[in-house]
Design a protein around this ligand. Structure first.
Ligand SMILES: C[S@@+](CC[C@H](N)C(=O)[O-])C[C@H]1O[C@@H](n2cnc3c(N)ncnc32)[C@H](O)[C@@H]1O
Length: 218
C-alpha cells in the first residue's frame, strides 16, 4: 500500500478496490488473522490495540475473544478505513467492543502500560523508516509481560524469488507504487528489530513463503 507520506483520500472506487484486496477470500481462507490473535493469548475482558487496523481484519476476531467485558481499539491513520471497520463491527454486533481511533502509530495517545496485547498486520513494512519509534511506542503502552504480535511480509533468501513476489504484489495491491517494496525485512530482521526495542521471548514463524508472524513480550 502507499507510503504514509504519499497519503491522499481514496475515491469511492479506490476504496472499494482496497477493501476487496484487504478482505479478499484467499486471505480469509489462510486464517492468518486467527493465528495472530491466537498468539496474542487474549482473554475475556482484555484491552487490545490493533495498530493500522484497516478494515478491521484483526479487530473483529479480537473482539470475539475479549467479549463484552473487553475492548479493542482499532487504530488507523485513515478515516476511510475506520469507517469501513465501524460498519463491519455494527453489522456483526461488535461495535460495543471495537472503538475506532484515528492517529499515527508512531505517536500513540495512550498512557504507559495500558494494553493487554498489541496486534498489527502488514504495517511495519509500511513504516520501515520509523520502526524504532513505532516499536518503542508499542512497548511503552503494553502492560509488563504482555505481547506484541504482528504479521507482515517476509523477505526470502533468493533475490530472484523476491523480485517475482514483488512483481506479483504490483499486480494485486491496488495501491502499489512502482518503487514500493513489500519484502523489506527477513524473518531474522524482524526478530532483531523486536529485540533492539527490548522485547523478550521473541519468536517468528513463516506462515506462507513470504508472510510470517512475529511475537515478543514486554
Ligand atoms: C496493508 S494495510 C493492513 C490493514 C490491516 N491491518 C489488515 O491486515 O488488513 C496497512 C494499514 O495500516 C495503516 N497504517 C500504516 N502506517 C500507519 C501508522 N503509522 N499509523 C497508523 N496507521 C498506519 C494504513 O492506513 C493501512 O490501513
Amino acid at each position: 500500500m502507499k507510503k504514509e507520506s504519499a497519503m491522499k483520500s481514496y475515491s469511492s472506487q479506490e476504496l472499494e478496490k482496497v477493501v476487496h484486496y484487504l478482505d479478499g477470500p484467499l486471505r480469509i481462507a489462510l486464517k492468518e488473522n486467527e493465528a495472530v490473535i491466537l498468539h496474542a493469548d487474549l482473554k475475556e475482558g482484555d484491552c487490545v490495540l490493533d495498530i493500522g487496523c484497516g478494515t478491521g481484519f484483526l479487530s473483529l476476531i479480537a473482539a470475539q475473544k475479549v467479549n463484552a467485558s473487553g475492548k479493542v481499539i482499532g487504530m488507523d491513520s485513515r478515516q476511510e478505513m475506520l469507517d469501513v471497520m465501524q460498519k463491519k463491527a455494527e453489522k456483526r454486533g461488535l461495535d460495543h467492543i471495537i472503538k475506532p481511533c484515528l492517529g499515527d502509530a508512531c505517536s500513540l495517545e495512550f498512557s504507559d502500560n495500558c494494553f493487554d496485547a498489541v496486534v498489527m498486520s502488514y504495517v511495519l513494512h509500511e513504516n520501515s523508516e520509523r520502526t524504532e519509534i513505532l516499536l518503542s511506542e508499542i512497548y511503552r503502552v503494553l502492560k509488563p509481560g504482555k505481547k506484541l504480535v504482528i504479521s507482515d511480509f517476509i523477505k526470502v533468501a533468493d533475490p530472484e524469488r523476491n523480485k517475482e513476489i514483488e512483481a506479483w504484489h504490483k499486480g494485486t495491491d491496488p495501491e502499489s507504487d512502482a518503487d514500493e517494496v513489500h519484502l523489506k525485512f527477513s524473518l531474522s530482521d524482524y526478530i532483531s528489530l523486536f529485540e533492539k526495542s527490548n522485547f523478550k521471548d521473541v519468536k517468528g514463524e513463516i506462515w506462507i513463503e513470504f508472510q510470517g508472524i512475529v511475537e515478543g513480550r514486554k
